[in-house]
Write a new protein. Sequence first.
Lengths: 406, 406
Amino acid sequence: MSNIIVQKYGGTSVADPKRISGVAKRIISYRRKGVDLVVVVSALGDTTDNLLKLANQVSYLPSEREIDMLISTGEQISVALLAMAIHKLGYEAISFTGAQVGIITDSSHTQARIIRINAARIKRELAEKKIVIVAGFQGADLSREITTLGRGGSDLTAVALAKVLKAKACEIYTDVEGIYTADPRIVPAARKLEMVSYDEMLEMASRGAQVLQTRCVELAKRFNIPIIVRSSFSSKGGTMISKEAKKMEKVVVSAVTLNKNESKITIRDLPDRPGVAAKIFKIIAQEGINVDMIVQNISRTGYTDLSFTAATDNLARTLRAARKASEEIGGGTVSADRDIAKVSIVGVGMKSHSGIAAGMFDILAKNKINIEMISTSEISISCVIRKRLAQRAVRAIHKQFKLEKP
Amino acid sequence: MSNIIVQKYGGTSVADPKRISGVAKRIISYRRKGVDLVVVVSALGDTTDNLLKLANQVSYLPSEREIDMLISTGEQISVALLAMAIHKLGYEAISFTGAQVGIITDSSHTQARIIRINAARIKRELAEKKIVIVAGFQGADLSREITTLGRGGSDLTAVALAKVLKAKACEIYTDVEGIYTADPRIVPAARKLEMVSYDEMLEMASRGAQVLQTRCVELAKRFNIPIIVRSSFSSKGGTMISKEAKKMEKVVVSAVTLNKNESKITIRDLPDRPGVAAKIFKIIAQEGINVDMIVQNISRTGYTDLSFTAATDNLARTLRAARKASEEIGGGTVSADRDIAKVSIVGVGMKSHSGIAAGMFDILAKNKINIEMISTSEISISCVIRKRLAQRAVRAIHKQFKLEKP
């Protein structure tokens, strides 16, 4: 184990010169403790969005290679400013782009995957006792083309660097204090979790928790790199994400999550014969659409209805694909319902405890909330309900499972 | 000679998405004529200034390495957007940073010098019939550190690429239509020059003409690369800058230039003995200050006054250096005068014609304009006068030498 800590600061943490100076002070307070620091930074506040707006003013369908050339400048600006802010406080720091620091990716522009990291340059600068600041979210392919890593890419950069440098910790600084039992804006009694397993975090991320992206957690899980999520605006402890911990075995339900960004698509009057569902979802997958929950009604007349959920962002494209599928199969009309929400409970202990699902359905019934779709996994149960009842449902479930108590 | 044309577009030409699209159309109109195009672009409008403002909010004395990391993003944004705009019009284009395209410089951050250009990548893309778009003003040193080339750096990039690629022309697109006999805002009758020699252009640049920087002209002269300066907003012909052309031999005075950005610094009561001036200007040079004109009064009492001009931008630093020098030498008070202007006439024919200087002094006298300092070179004569009389002087001189007539 090295003496290296990798820290990642998100866009809101470095939104303006004042906050950049604040982050610089925080970094130095760690440096004073004698650790070697590698700091990964996102673009300032809305920079990436503003650059994409510029691109869309020039072209309605800009090339992905040129998008990467354009938006990778956002993180380059952040790292240079942060290095300047650290210098001003009298400490040595040096900033790097992803390409300079040897983050080699494949050539899938705007969603590249890291192939390897040549950390020689970082190690050399650390040996000279410099604080190394690395542009998150970006790398370069083998032809030195600039690439970006897609959503949550800076977290991925941090975890990948922690792996290569054998860092003793990977800390993700953000605008919340850690992972909560529920969104504190919905459930004021929500409690910050001390520890969460990789699997729980993966479920929570895919069920609506916005703090970490799944790719970053998957990478951390694969190489067993503990992540600490904490606030860049306070000194509180945060949440540790690591392997399933012993002391967590008694915990049944860890958190309630809510996703309001999915719609329900229904295809009516499908012939009820084997292979129909397979054919439909093959056509939809070919359009690059990720389907989440799927429910098929019981057939009464030789015809059946099929519903599924998918991100509302791509709804127009999803509907086109579903209509194409229905036509090919000889099905009926296709409709979409945006007014749904998916409420989920997540917890590693769940699989070995009976009655958890019943408890969830029961409390929803008591609150007169109708369940429209259900899906379960090893460590989660999700229900689709009306969107306007979502907050009431989250609060009731949080209380039912006493999540406010440690 | 290749079939390559290098074009450079300045910041005002690509100030916003609409202008970027306009430049894209212009580029394509050349592409259609079958030439291979390498396009050098500056940062959008005020981008560089805005980035420097951010830097100054973070640190009052930011490191030059980090300034280069920061401001090099400006051109990277431009090239990506221009490539997108060209794609939209249905043509192939690809953008590059200075580092990607093999522009190797020394390590003098913020004012690096180009050592060599490895143009293999550009040639490969041109062979694939792509329009190659290169970020101006930047390069990378041998350790892949990002560097910038200083003021007018994008022009330098264009001329250097024209040299390496053996381009058949190097066109500098700007917001004026070419090089004029005087600033048209001051002299409405000013005439656009068809041709100007490198030496005249160098004199004009150092005497106040703002269109091209001296470094770019020096490079073009050294490798005999003709430059065409023209407007990106019109289709008019522009001005050709090349070796002293035959048909120019009869021309005596080519242009009048004006520089209002210098101040006069006077050191009083210096001991009048050999070596004093040398010592003073050695001290001033050590502070990195470029002195322009120097005048020393005739000694009457064993003491003498010495005046020189230098850029008003660095006046505080220049005054500090001059005071230090005066103290070391046993001189008297140092004072500065910002209310001066330098008016110059430039022309290759001048050296072989008598009476030119007399004509200039005479017309100033007729206009009751007092001359405070005079300096002459092979192809120019400069007079320091009161700033408030500068425009009157330029108009009178322009008329005196009949510059409005070809």
